[in-house]
Design a protein around this ligand. Structure first.
Ligand code: SF4
Length: 247
């Protein structure tokens, strides 16, 4: 089934409300884990993407059962993670996952410690090496940008360019970007493998590049179109879009 259809039809499920990082300004906590899963994930005629989020979803005790349920229903399964997972977990789940979206706020070990409270930036690189070797699906880096991290965006891109990853750059539309910074940021829309998504739906720095409410249809449609426009029109061209629609 065309990937296009699943982009237009997305749902988000929380499977864990705790996280092994302690990011500055994290605004993810407080959602009841699992409450959306059984209610929303059903067989459907249209192809569907399911965004699996937390906290840190890979810490969930329901991880395997949740992912296998999603896969059994033939959904495109996208897991949003901070990437600090041990290879044995990865090995167990990678056949259920179509895409890992990995939180990568910086490429400097010291800034990483400051932003996430975690000292082991090298673990993130080790996981990327592991995925590069063994995972057949899509790997996307989720990169939240603020005014003070924007000057390092090009360096971050260069640092991970050799990995087979996509770069999902997201920023808060209501943040303190001036005109010049915004223009610089938006230029990344035209850089290979990059997408730039603005959000007014969350106000703080986070690992998630999309709003995670599942009950707001307008929001879901808006983000699906944003993503669709970014990946297909900018990066793949109208012919790729046509092929994906026709299957
Ligand atoms: S921003 Fe994401 S990775 Fe960081 S503490 Fe919050 S849930 Fe965890």
């Amino acid at each position: 089934m065309p990937y296009f259809a699943s982009l237009l039809n997305q749902k988000t499920v929380f499977i864990e409300d705790k996280c092994n990082l302690a990011c500055l300004n994290c605004n993810i906590g407080g959602y009841p884990a699992n409450s959306f899963l059984l209610k929303y994930i059903r067989p459907s005629l249209l192809h569907e993407t399911v965004n699996v989020v937390g906290g840190e979803p890979l810490q969930s005790s329901n991880l395997l059962s949740s992912l296998s349920q999603i896969k059994r229903l033939d959904k495109y399964c996208r897991v949003w993670t901070n990437g600090l997972m041990i290879p044995s977990i990865l090995k167990n789940i990678e056949s259920y996952v179509d895409e890992f979206v990995i939180y990568c706020p910086t490429h400097h070990p010291e800034s990483y410690r400051y932003l996430t409270g975690h000292d082991q930036f090298h673990e993130l690189k080790a996981v990327l090496d592991f995925l590069e070797e063994s995972f057949n699906g899509v790997i996307t880096l989720s990169i939240p940008v603020e005014l003070d991290t924007l000057p390092y965006l090009q360096e971050l891109y260069d640092a991970f360019y050799n990995y087979p990853v996509r770069f999902l750059i997201h920023y808060n539309r209501l943040g303190s970007f001036d005109k010049e910074s915004l223009a610089y940021l938006r230029r990344f829309r035209h850089v290979t493998r990059c997408a730039v998504v603005a959000s007014s739906d969350y106000s703080l720095y986070s690992c998630k590049g999309y709003p995670y409410a599942t009950d707001n249809y307008l929001q879901r449609i808006r983000y699906s179109f944003l993503e669709w426009g970014q990946w297909f029109l900018h990066r793949r061209g109208p012919m790729a879009l046509l092929k994906s629609v026709l299957g």
